[in-house]
Design a protein around this ligand. Structure first.
Ligand code: GDP
Length: 522
């Protein structure tokens, strides 16, 4: 198969959601379609005490959480599917954000009974910042949830994105009859017992479907759908691809209902790997020279196995095991021999990979997050990893002052690795650690103890809203203990606002001071 064909059959995406919206259940359905597991119920959530099939590192087993954003790949129809898992809940971290830099599209699951929840909103912001196409699956239609129109309105308002319903549900909970599949021009009837009947629109007036169409719920929904068709946004693939419109599918991952149609439509519409920006202009995925970037480094927490795995997204050319490439940051050659790909339940050695694929590379402590690896004569770097603004802040000190040297070295290395972000107070140079999720502090504490032999004390400052300032606009007298002035690793000034109220108050008082939100600046 040619490089062109290989690249154009790859569909690399992540599923984002708030905990309990149904990510595990939906992922499991997709793995079933891909014949990766034999029956539902194999991929267990941590709540049951078993582990998701995607959990593979020793640390995850010890802690019962999915520290990594694992990858699952399998062939489906004519495509090669790569699903990247985005861990949530207590295991939410900057890695979750970074994972989104390695995908070409995203599936956002929303629980129909709850609407948009906090974590969905956070992850959505990252997709928006990067212009990633988003496909929405509104789940749990088998339960009494919110009205479809109300859910679409909420998505439009809260996330500021156009919606285009690909299908329209008829009833919900016990009254759930099925969905109008607008794209396929058919009614998909829900028969319970994992069965769906596909009725083309033109057959709906046949006598055998009178029981269905004569129901009040059906009639009402049909009128509602006419309204949506008249007044709603028109479908635009361009708008979807630029992340301005999201196709919305209603269904139930558990029933299951509408999942097959959703997946087939999504997979055919989702983008294949596209060109990526580099310091030397845009790099085409079909460029024959191999290149890729590292978006995550997983340190094994088991002291007996101090190996590290770097996750690399292939961006162009063909990867072959054992190949010699160049590490762009240092210009030094490296041989990629110990590489793995990730299948649901195991780690296999990978022999070849193409743009869109994710490979695990053994890391002899040589790589950094954001590194570019490449072959060929040209020299460039991908600039795919922005600094993500943290939300949680803690001050950090060494328990034992005698250990200040190791303390400094440990922090320096872990910060450089991207495990956590370091800020210094403007007034007294005290260290403050910023994180996206609580887990990052646990990992930091654990690794400081195990790798640098330093016990650290962390004291929570709480949630803060960071805003970057232009150096020439900094006036330290405007800030205090409540809204602290700090500097980031690069020396840039940042204000940690106590809350939304304090931020707005400041904006009113000092309209000339520019406050930069990294989510919008990147
Ligand atoms: P995750 O935390 O997003 O991975 O969510 P899970 O897939 O573990 O689902 C959370 C809970 O919701 C579980 O008890 C699921 O059985 C349930 N669930 C998932 N999808 C559906 C659905 O379509 N309908 C109903 N009624 N429950 C669902």
């Amino acid at each position: 198969m040619s490089l062109h064909d290989e690249v154009n059959k790859r569909k690399t995406f992540a599923i984002i959601s708030h905990p309990d919206a149904g990510k595990t259940t939906l992922t499991e359905r997709l793995l079933l379609f891909g014949n990766q597991i034999r029956s539902a119920g194999t991929v267990k959530g941590k709540k049951t005490g078993k582990f998701a099939a995607s959990d593979w590192m020793e640390i995850e087993k010890q802690r019962g959480i999915s520290v990594t954003s694992s990858v699952m790949n399998f062939p489906y129809n004519d495509y090669q599917v790569n699903i990247l898992d985005t861990p949530g809940h207590d295991d939410f971290s900057e890695d979750t954000y970074r994972t989104l830099t390695a995908v070409d599209s995203v599936v956002m699951i929303i629980d129909a009974t709850k609407g948009i929840e906090a974590q969905t909103k956070k992850l959505f912001r990252v997709c928006r910042m990067r212009g990633i196409p988003i496909f929405t699956f509104i789940n749990k239609l088998d339960r009494e949830g919110r009205e479809p129109l109300e859910l679409l309105e909420e998505i439009e308002e809260v996330l500021d994105i156009e919606t285009y319903p690909m299908n329209w549900p008829v009833g919900m909970g016990k009254r759930f009859l099925g969905i109008f599949d607008r794209d396929g021009k058919q009614f998909i009837q829900h028969n319970g017992n994992e069965e769906e009947t596909y009725i083309p629109y033109e057959d709906l007036n046949k006598p055998e479907h009178q029981d269905l169409v004569s129901q009040a719920t059906y009639q009402e929904t049909k009128d509602e759908l006419s309204l949506v068709e008249e007044a709603g946004d028109t479908f635009s693939l361009d708008a979807v691809m630029s992340g301005e419109q999201t196709p919305v599918f209603f269904g139930s991952a558990l029933a299951p209902f509408g999942v097959q149609t959703f997946f087939d439509t999504f997979i055919s519409m989702a983008p294949t790997p596209g060109p990526r920006k580099s310091t030397e202009g845009v790099i085409d995925p079909e460029n024959p020279d191999f290149s890729g970037f590292i978006f995550k480094i997983q340190a094994n927490m088991n002291p007996a196995h101090r190996d590290r795995v770097a996750f690399l997204r292939v961006c162009s050319g063909k990867f072959e095991r054992g190949m010699n490439v160049k590490l762009a940051r240092t210009g030094k050659p490296v041989k990629l021999s110990q590489t793995q790909q990730f299948v649901a339940s195991s780690r296999d050695t990978i022999e070849e990979a193409y743009a869109g694929d994710i490979i695990g590379v053994y890391d002899p402590n040589a790589y950094r997050i954001g590194d570019t690896l490449m072959e060929g004569k040209t020299h460039f770097e991908y600039k795919e990893l922005p600094q993500f603004p943290p939300e949680l802040f803690k001050s950090v000190t060494a328990s034992n002052v005698m250990k200040s040297k190791q303390f400094k070295k440990g922090i320096e290395q872990l910060v450089q690795e991207g495990a956590i972000q370091l800020f210094k107070r403007h007034d007294n140079e005290a260290n403050i650690l910023g994180a996206v999720g609580e887990l990052q502090y646990d990992v930091f504490k654990y690794r400081m103890k195990n790798e640098y032999n330093v016990e650290v004390m962390l004291e929570s400052i709480g949630e803060r809203i960071p805003r970057w300032l232009k150096e020439e606009q900094v006036d330290a007298s405007l800030f205090d203990e409540r809204n602290q002035l700090v500097r980031d690793r690069e020396g840039n000034y940042v204000v940690l606002f106590r809350n939304e109220f304090a931020l707005n108050w400041f904006k009113d008082k000092h309209p000339k001071t520019e406050l930069i939100d990294l989510f919008e600046a990147n």
